[in-house]
Design a protein around this ligand. Sequence first.
Ligand code: ADP
Ligand code: MG
Length: 459
Amino acid sequence: MQNYIERQWALCLEDFSKYITSVGMDLWINPLQPITIENDKLVLVAPSEMARTQIYNVYLKRMKEVLKTHFNLEDITVLIPEEKDDYIAQFSERHPNENNVNMVTKTATVKNPFNPRYTFDNFVIGTTNQVIYAAARAVAESPAVRFNPLFIYGGVGLGKTHLLHAIGNYIWEHKTSNINIVYVTCEQFTNAFVEAIRERHEKGMDAFHKLYRQADVLLIDDIQFISNKKSVQEEFFNTFNDLYQAGKQIIISSDRPPKDIATLEERLRSRFASGFIQDIQPPDFETRLLIIQKKIELERFEFEKGMDYELAERLSALNIREMEAILRKIYFLANLHGKTVATHEDMEEVLEKEGEPAPASNSKITKEKIIATVCKYFTIDQKDLTGRKRNKEIVEPRQICIYLMWSLLAIPLATIGQIFGRDHTTIIHARDKIMEMTKSNKQMKKTVNELISELKNGE
Ligand code: ADP
Ligand code: MG
């Protein structure tokens, strides 16, 4: 029934727009929400008394003609929002067998509630978020088939809300049926529940249940704020169970894993554990670079060449939201200076104000310093590092040392060969091996990163 109404109403709207100005459409017609058909009348909800008057006084005749074509109906009933709940209640008394629930779910006139910028397309994938991206995507493509519940956790500003909205946007755009997607922050859920209780009114609680327990897909953001009030946890648990048992998809985000949410009841924790739990890590250099480039493109900023690399390097301590803020400030400042392309000076001015470090001056790093730092890190002798020993405890640090000299100082391979008394091919082999390992081996990546930060920050 509801699908039929939506479909036919969409045809009516198309017809109206041939006769009614776009302002008239936007103001009066598009906001109308068809909710049901009763006694050969299409029942519509208008946003206000004024809108209703307008419909009756100005558009009624045209509306009847169009309805005749697409619904084979001759008349309408227009309600205003304050009347809607009573109408629905009475409707279900009059027609106990009709599924009146659909009457309050989304119709064609309801706009997509998700942030249009938070899509999968706008989400940059890197090594630190690719697993969760793939899981979110799978859930959006076929809800409640795999990964249920999906639990996403990670520090602030790393893309949790973005992914939740991306799932919502995707399902919304691809939905063929009247699938009910509900997004709520944990705080909103709690407040709505407390409010419903306070009303001491069956209707309040009913509406609350309807909203959450009739979701086909429920997205809950920032679950870490779940209160330790027993009643809220109980309600949440019941909602969760109802949906889960009915085969509905649940997606949850949090700033920490379930085991670290102190207020979370054990039984909820174990429910979460039955699904898929995955973290998002802060972005690494390549991901930061891609994100910066993506933001510049999306916001249509123009930045001088090379600034993206430099920012990716220097903003390593920031989360993505903070990175975005810096990009905006730089562009804003450039505009303030009357430029359309932001320059390195704008960047320095902003970073200085923000207290970001000046670029680590690589000139302080020397080959002697690299040797000393590597030796200290692995507690080995400098003589051994540059000597002939071939045991693993020496060979790997030596290769790392070669890699660092090549990548940080761009020392020619032949010169590095002289330092270590080895031929060119051995040096190339060492460099390639470590370069490869920093990509495939987490431990190696960590070691190299620690050495680099030691070299940049250490005395
Ligand atoms: P969280 O909910 O984890 O605190 P958000 O989802 O609000 O973080 O993300 C903060 C900002 O960073 C948003 O503007 C979002 O679009 C952006 N962002 C996060 N991750 C990515 C990503 N991988 N690609 C592009 N933008 C991202
Ligand atoms: Mg968030």
